[in-house]
Structure formats: C-alpha cells, structure tokens
Design a protein around this ligand. Structure first.
Ligand code: FCB
Length: 451
C-alpha cells in the first residue's frame, strides 16, 4: 500500500498553485462561482390593481368598496400617472426588466368596447420601458376582472374562454410586436383558493371544490388559446404563467396522515397547473381527468416564491386530505417571520428551482419578496434568496432572471397598505418615492451581476 504524501506547499513550478483565482481582490470570500448569467433579467414586479390607483371598473374595487376588506385601494401608489418616474428609479437601481399587468377593466371597460385611452396607456408603458433599456414582462390577468364580466359570473361564465380570447387577441395585436415575455395568469391556484375555498377574495365562495376545479380548467384552456395567439404574432415569444410555489412541511413528520396531506397539497398547489400545461392533461386523482387542446404550452416557468407552511391532516375526504395550515397555531416560533407572519425560508426557493428544473425550461423568478417595515430585514431576505438563486445557477439550473416583489410599496389585497413590499418606499400622503437601502444594495449586485 502506498500513502499519498500531502502537498503542504504549492510547488513553485506550478504557476496555478501560487496564483490566487482572485488576484488583486485582496483577502476574503470571492464570488467567482456566484456570477449570474449574461443577459440575466433583473427587476421588480407589480400588478395593475395594486399600484395604479382608481381601478374603478373592476371586481376588486367593488369588493373593497362594499367593505369586504380592511381598506380600499383608492389612489394606491398612483403608478398609473407616475410610471415614468418609477421607471427612472428602477433604472437608477440598474433594473433591466419590469413585470406589470394589464388592467382588463381599463382596456375593455364595457363588454366588447375597447377603450382607446386604456389601450394607449399600456403602449406608453411599454415604450417607456424600452426607452430605458428595460424588458417588459407582461401579465395578462392578475386577479382582477372587469365588472361587466364579473357581474355575469366572471370565471364561471360559460363563455369566459371566448371573452378572454377576444381580449387577448386585441392586446396581442396592440402590443405583441413589442413584448417578448408574457404571463397569461398570475397564481391561478391561489386565486381559486382565496375566491372559492376560503372566500377571502371575489367571488367570495367557500368550500366550493368542484366550482374551483372548473375555474382551474377554464384558466388552463384560456392559457392554451393565449399561447397560440401570442405565438402567431411573435414566434420567439416566451409565454408562461406566474406559478405560486409554497413549501410545505408536515405538522408532525412522524404522522403518515400529515405526510399524505403534504403530498396532496403539494400536488394540488404546486404541481397540478404546470403539469397540466406540460402534459396536456388535467388530472385530479379520483375526481377529474381531461385532455387539454394541446400539451407543452410553456416556454419557461414563471416562479413566485415567498414562504413555507405546515400542514395537518384533518381526514380522508378531499378537504381532509388537503388538510389544515397550522403554521401559526403550532409552529409560530420556528424561524424568522415577516410583518404578515410568513416564515423566511430561502431553502424553499432552492427546492422549487430544483424541482421545476425537471421541465427543462428556463425559470424566471417572477415574484419573491416580503412585507417588512424594517428594511434591514428586506436586505437579509434578499441576500439569502439571491444566494439560493446563485447556487442554483452554478449547479446548472437555467434561471433566466429575478424579479422582486415589489418595485414599490403597494396595496396588498385583503391586507391593505400596511404590508410594505417595495424596493421603493411610497409615502401615501404625498406619493413621494424613496429608494430603500435594500434597493440600493440590490442595485450593486445587479451592477456586478454577481453575489
Ligand atoms: C402574490 C401575488 C401578488 C402579491 C404578492 C405579495 O401572491 O401574486 O399580487 O400580492 O403575493
């Protein structure tokens, strides 16, 4: 047996052994492996209703003004009028991309009547981004419906697909040539959960599993149609959905039932929608099976990631299998929590980047962020999550970009204005903007394109 002699000193004959890989950078940790790819998309995300202000013709406005939530959105961040100023600030932070949504109720405020001002507005938004060298990432549907359609039954209306298709055909004709990156739906399963299972959002139904499932089916079919319309206009378009992914852990890891519930919830919340678009079949084991008109209608994966929850089984029926979220009840003291009580859990982002890599498509992080009144917490969160992104990149996962939620403080639906998500702070009394220190630090990472 021979023993290898450990090499204690670098051989003077081997030039590589003596040269620091970071010559000239001085001592410390260096980020040779933590570079982001060239062309990486960096920016912030918003949605129309949450920032524009006065979206008076949609169902959320009706919901708020009938007292269903703590406070109404009102002028929000007045982004409808101040978008250029906001994009200037984004440029100061070196952003090269921006995700926003089209407000259907501004574009088609009355059934079949497309509004010239509404259409012109988003053309100006897209132009303003191009002028600043920023890539528009456009969400077609971010939760809000025009009132005329909501009043007819909204997503449950038998002709919803036709209405959606007519809307998409119009916006694609208007903006298709100037927009490459599209998202058809934002967090479809979250919308169904909030609107059909827990009744917190419009249309306010509860425990309506079959109704919710039909809406999921409608959204899937609408996505397929939109995918085609967009590609007919622009063959190199990138089309996806913004998929909310929620990390899930069993309340009691030793309980088989809790583990079963984690499995069921993980499938329903995190996989069903993407799997359906990829495979071309909507499958809910034991309940539902249907082919979609086509498979493989995703050009990339849009990933929204925030936190994790704990799940407790409550029985063997469908609601029992889906179980209960018992995070705050049983696990409140685990980890760090943000202003809305969500755990800071960066491992979850790493997990989903790995899991969704199985589609062998680029992954664009379309949302990631936290409500934090203390900006130091935002910076820590950002850094920890970007660390996971950089690690995924160095592991070969094709991450196309990182869009932080949010570019600026905004109206957080049922939680109102108290949740401060912005890289840019908004003083709602004056609408004055201030870039937060976390935004400046993120700008430095963007400038170097490495961590
Ligand atoms: C996501 C939504 C977005 C925003 C963030 C905090 O689930 O897509 O509109 O509310 O959460």
């Amino acid at each position: 047996m021979t023993l290898e002699t450990p090499v204690l000193d670098p051989s003077p004959d081997d030039p590589d052994a003596t040269r620091s890989p970071h010559a000239g950078e001085g001592p410390g940790i260096h980020s040779e492996n933590f570079k982001f790819p060239k062309g990486f998309l960096w920016g912030g995300s918003t949605s129309s209703h949450q920032v524009e202000g006065h979206c008076v013709d949609n169902d959320w406005w009706a919901w708020e003004t009938s007292g269903k939530v703590a406070e109404p959105s009102g002028a929000a961040a007045d982004h409808y009028r101040r978008f250029r100023e906001d994009f200037d600030l984004a440029r100061q932070m070196h952003h090269n991309a921006y995700r926003f949504s089209l407000e259907w109720s501004r574009i088609e405020p009355l059934e079949g009547r497309f509004d010239a001002d509404g259409l012109a507005h988003y053309r100006e938004v897209i132009e303003a981004l191009h002028e600043r060298g920023m890539e528009p990432v456009v969400t077609i549907f971010h939760y809000t419906l025009p009132n005329w359609l909501a009043q007819k039954g909204g997503l449950e209306h038998p002709e919803f697909e036709r209405y959606f298709e007519r809307f998409v055909a119009r916006i694609v004709a208007e903006y298709g040539a100037r927009v490459k990156w599209w998202l058809t739906f934002n967090e479809p399963v979250v919308q169904v959960f909030k609107g059909w299972i827990i009744g917190q959002w419009p249309p306010g139904k509860t425990q309506d599993f079959m109704g919710g499932l039909k809406v999921v089916r409608t959204m899937l079919r609408c996505h397929v149609r939109a995918y085609h319309l967009i590609h007919e206009q622009r063959s190199d378009a990138m089309v996806s959905v913004a998929k909310h992914a929620l990390a899930l852990t069993p309340c009691n890891p030793k309980s088989r039932r809790d583990r079963l519930s984690v499995w069921a919830r993980t499938y329903l919340f995190n996989h069903l929608f993407l799997d359906a678009l990829h495979s071309g079949a909507l499958r809910v084991p034991g309940l539902f099976w249907e082919r979609l008109p086509q498979r493989r209608t995703l050009d990339y994966i849009g990933l929204n990631y925030y936190t994790r929850d704990f799940v407790q089984n409550t029985g063997l029926s469908l609601p029992g299998l889906v179980g209960n979220i018992c995070t705050l009840e049983h696990h409140q003291h685990i980890g760090k929590r943000n202003d809305l009580g969500w755990e800071v859990y960066p491992e979850g982002l790493a997990h989903f980047l790995r899991v969704y890599a199985r589609y062998q498509l680029p992954i664009l992080i379309t949302e990631n962020g936290l409500p934090a009144s203390n900006d130091e917490d935002r910076w820590t969160f950002l850094y920890l999550h970007l660390w996971q992104v950089a690690r995924a990149v160095s592991d070969g996962i094709p991450v196309a970009g990182y869009l932080h939620w949010s570019l600026l403080d905004n109206y957080e639906w049922a939680d109102g204005f108290r949740a401060r998500f912005g890289l840019i702070a908004v003083d709602y009394a004056t609408q004055a903007r201030t870039i937060r220190s976390s935004g400046l630090k993120m700008a430095e990472i963007i400038r170097k394109n490495e961590l």
